[in-house]
Ligand binder design. Structure first.
Ligand code: ADP
Ligand code: ADP
Length: 222
């Protein structure tokens, strides 16, 4: 996917001003940069959550920024997965129901959706936690459940905004190992926003956002 010359302002506050990026299919890309530089806004424009004020976002040759909201919403549901920093699980639902939810929203019956969800509990080391509610999970467990929910519909692109931001570094590494392992196994493209170099080190490539523009850092020596 690619974005050209993106601009976006929150009222009078410019968040993006001429941001450009190209992301290859299957690539794991880290977007770094200081707080407030526009990383989340860029991710939200790429994911069709926000529509830029100007510029273009293309996914599979289609313009995300000019398509109907209904089509964008269908793309998000059918092609994209999301992992955020906080508060993503529906507290009234069990962990298993949370993971099955995207499939049920896509029209798959509850029993079949729960069966698909079950496979992810095994793969992500969540055995025995299926009936817990989010308040009964540790931060790392909750984030792995959120990862399972993001992956269960087999997205083409996984958007992750500070996915380890609320976790201690060991737990964050476990989540990143699983995220990257699953993405590589499924050929999923990953767009990862982080300000932590240790998290960015999981990516194939890093870019840095400064003042609403994307700059490409000099490659680190291996
Ligand atoms: P980052 O992800 O790099 O921390 P953001 O994309 O969240 O940066 O924010 C870019 C700029 O837009 C910042 O100046 C921020 O304060 C502003 N901003 C972000 N979200 C909002 C919002 N909902 N309302 C107003 N300003 C916002
Ligand atoms: P920040 O931009 O400050 O890092 P978040 O990434 O947590 O904050 O969320 C920012 C915005 O992303 C929210 O206001 C919301 O519009 C959107 N968002 C959060 N979770 C989801 C989700 N599961 N699906 C779609 N959009 C979401």
């Amino acid at each position: 996917m690619e974005a050209r010359d993106l601009a976006f302002s929150f009222g009078a506050t410019p968040a993006l001003r001429g941001a450009e990026i190209e992301i290859e299919a299957g690539e794991i890309l880290a977007i770094m940069g200081p707080s407030g530089s526009g990383k989340s806004t860029l991710l939200h424009c790429l994911a069709g959550i926000l529509v830029p004020d100007s510029g273009e976002v293309r996914y599979n040759g289609e313009r995300l920024d000019t398509m109907s909201e209904a089509r964008r919403s269908a793309l998000r549901r059918d092609q994209f997965g999301f992992v955020f920093q906080f508060g993503q699980l529906v507290p009234e639902l069990t962990a298993a129901e949370n993971v099955a939810l995207p499939l049920m929203l896509g029209g798959i019956r509850r029993a079949a959706a729960l069966r698909s969800a079950h496979g992810y509990f095994e793969r992500l080391g969540l055995d025995g936690l299926e009936q817990r509610r989010s308040g009964e999970l540790s931060g790392g467990q909750a984030q792995r459940v959120a990862l399972a929910r993001a992956l269960v519909a087999e997205p083409k692109v996984l958007f992750a905004d500070e996915p380890t931001g609320s976790l201690d570094s060991l737990t964050g590494e476990q989540v990143m190992d699983l995220l990257v392992g699953e993405a590589r196994a499924q050929g999923t493209t990953v767009v990862l926003v982080t300000h932590e170099p240790r998290v960015a080190a999981y990516a194939d490539r890093e870019v840095v956002v400064r003042d609403g523009r994307v700059t490409v850092p000099v490659r680190r020596a291996a």
